[in-house]
Design a protein around this ligand. Structure first.
Ligand code: ADP
Ligand code: MG
Length: 322
């Protein structure tokens, strides 16, 4: 199949079936035209996923597409932005219809779920790689950054950690778990669920936020650096999946990537209202520690581990690590 017919069959025709107020002009011209509401700011982000770096090469095209969009939406959520539209740059080795069919199905499953519209992109031949540029809106200045944490703020995470990293370890045959646990963990790795259900809470109550893509210890570290503060977190309050605490695999919850839960801080004055609002929405949140003036410490019963001096195995993922 030719490039244009592939784009028409698997991307343009799909977007035409979907209604969306943001797109004044979608796929098919030299550029797309977006309606930007007068009182809003545009929040833009981009993430690239490369085979064997961000996903095992044997991952299904459906999952690859789903995850590519999900991780971008997660970055918008971390800013408390409402997803609006995205662009897709797809590089693939061949114009393979069965790949495109599954990829398009996964992409639009995610797009519909997270309420975000495909408006254009680029398609070329090369090693499998997916870049998505996603945009969302916030009402003027009503966004959340990494730099707003203050001393005394409580630190929360939005859900259980470690399952995705365990999923990868299982695929790489480093760890063996039961079939049910394997399914759960591999699913967490391949189908991350960006927490779009938290956007309103973050807008109202979060002093800072980040999405957990590279592991709790490293990602909280980014908040501390940006906000110029320290933190004390409690190992026993960190929600680890599958009872990792008891299986000697707790490091997966501390440093495992790809969870896409949100880590955020909340000022004391807002705590009661946060808890009431979360209860009304049926959302479970986990308070794991507190912002302090300096230092970065993990409490573990009577021990305290200094995370600031680079407890090496607890560092986050870094593409350029030696
Ligand atoms: P140009 O050569 O002018 O850049 P292209 O041939 O790359 O145009 O793209 C034609 C149209 O198809 C454009 O509207 C572009 O946004 C869209 N498009 C190309 N690839 C993709 C893709 N992977 N996903 C969505 N839209 C795409
Ligand atoms: Mg082009």
């Amino acid at each position: 199949m030719r490039e244009f017919s592939l784009i028409e069959k698997y991307f343009s025709s799909q977007t035409r079936q979907r209604k969306n107020n943001h797109t004044a002009l979608g796929i098919g011209d030299d550029a797309a035209i977006i309606n930007v509401p007068a009182d809003q700011q545009l929040v833009v982000t981009m993430d690239t996923l490369i085979a064997n770096v961000h996903f095992p090469a044997e991952t299904s095209p459906h999952d690859i597409a789903y995850k590519s969009l999900a991780v971008n939406v997660s970055d918008l959520v971390a800013m408390a932005a409402t997803p609006a539209y995205f662009l897709l740059s797809l590089s693939m080795p061949a114009a393979d219809e069965s790949f495109m069919k599954a990829f398009s199905a996964g992409l639009f499953e995610a797009a519909d779920k997270f309420n975000i519209a495909l408006v254009g992109g680029d398609t070329c031949k090369g090693p499998l790689s997916i870049s998505i540029q996603a945009s969302g809106f916030v009402t003027e200045n009503n966004y959340v950054t990494r730099s707003g944490a203050s001393i005394g703020d409580k630190i929360f995470v939005s859900g259980q950690l470690g399952a995705a990293a365990l999923g990868l370890a299982i695929i790489q045959q480093k760890i063996n778990l039961t079939d049910a646990q394997t399914t759960h963990c591999v699913n967490a790795l391949n189908r991350p669920e960006p927490r779009v259900d938290l956007i309103d809470l973050l807008k109202k109550f979060a002093s800072s936020a980040i999405d957990l893509s590279d592991g709790l210890v490293g990602d909280l570290g980014h908040i501390l650096t940006s906000s110029d503060v320290g933190a004390v977190i409690d190992r026993n309050k960190i929600p680890a999946c599958l009872g990792l605490q008891v299986h000697g695999l707790f490091e997966y919850a501390l440093t495992g990537g790809d969870d896409y839960q949100i880590l955020f801080t909340v000022a004391d004055d807002d705590l009661t209202n946060l808890i009431i609002a979360a209860g009304q929405l049926g959302l479970e949140l986990f308070e794991i520690g507190e912002i302090v003036d300096q230092g970065y410490v993990l409490l573990d019963q009577d021990k305290s581990i200094d995370l600031a001096i680079g407890y090496s195995t607890l560092r986050g993922f870094d593409h350029f690590d030696a």
